[in-house]
Write a protein that binds this ligand. Sequence first.
Ligand code: KG4
Ligand code: ZN
Length: 333
Amino acid sequence: MPVILGIESSCDETSASICVDGAILSNVIANQTIHEAYGGVVPELASRVHQQNIVPAVQQSILNAKISKNDIDAVAFTRGPGLLGSLLVGVSFAKAFALAKGLPLIEVNHMQAHILAHFIDDPKPSFPFLCLTVSGGHTQIVLVKDHFDMQIVGQTTDDAAGEALDKTSKILGLPYPGGPLIDKNARLGNPDAYQFPEPQIPGLDFSFSGLKTAILYFIRDNVAADPNFIAENINDICASVEKRVVTILLNKLKKAALQYGIKDVALAGGVSANTGLRQGLKQLGEEMGWNTFIPQFQYCTDNAAMIAIAGYYKYLKGDFTGQDVAPLARMPF
Ligand code: KG4
Ligand code: ZN
């Protein structure tokens, strides 16, 4: 019954989790509110807050799991991709803890871990499946052949889907991070109120920069004509933007599923917390006869449970890392 401590610190969440024999017993997430004042994550501030939060987060995860730190068999940590300073805090903690307790280290790729979050709960997808991973920094369609055999078959050529939502919310004057607020407002608005363009990108790749510019010009022109435009129409704007982002994502996912002849289709990453996207995938899945998989909310945005479960599968394979490991801002699969 391997006991894995998982550590996540790639962006602005400090998280620690305990996984026992593939079951998540705790998942502590310390959010950083300091960035709200700046409209986006400030890397230097993020690393400093990680330093404050990492020990209490780990302590709490051990307490919540009702285990002792002496029960831990291995330490899994996010090696990358992410903000280097933020990653450095988690990697250094993991190395120090492992060294002090004489434990093996397991490095985890954050983007793979978002996908492996599907192996926390039942039912689990069967291989091969397709996963649409949408976060603040990435938009990928991944063909998942095995736990660690993954191939990116489509990805964004510019901005990520989450970035488009976060930038839209910034233009609307909403605080960071904007995705959840766009979601909240969109539930009260008409998704057909405004039409935004769907980019024509060949193959399975995405582009969100044209949409971002179209939204910027649309809001600028309407505010010039009526200074109260945003305040009076915020719900309809959010609903229409969300609808376009969701249709761009799902149209490519449908194309990929048809191209690869795949029926098990999953969502992952922070944007998979979005209500419109979750409903859209369910509906498309019913039309297409797919088995669809959507993680619980707590496993969508950044969390250490996904790192711990990825660590568990690597532990079973005996795939360990040396003490000389360093974090990577960019980390391909
Ligand atoms: O995976 P994640 O937590 O961090 C990265 O690895 O980037 O994803 C963060 C992204 C942000 O862009 C945030 O606005 C978005 O996920 N997000 C949402 C929702 N919750 C988080 N976007 C839309 N609707 C939501 N409910
Ligand atoms: Zn993430």
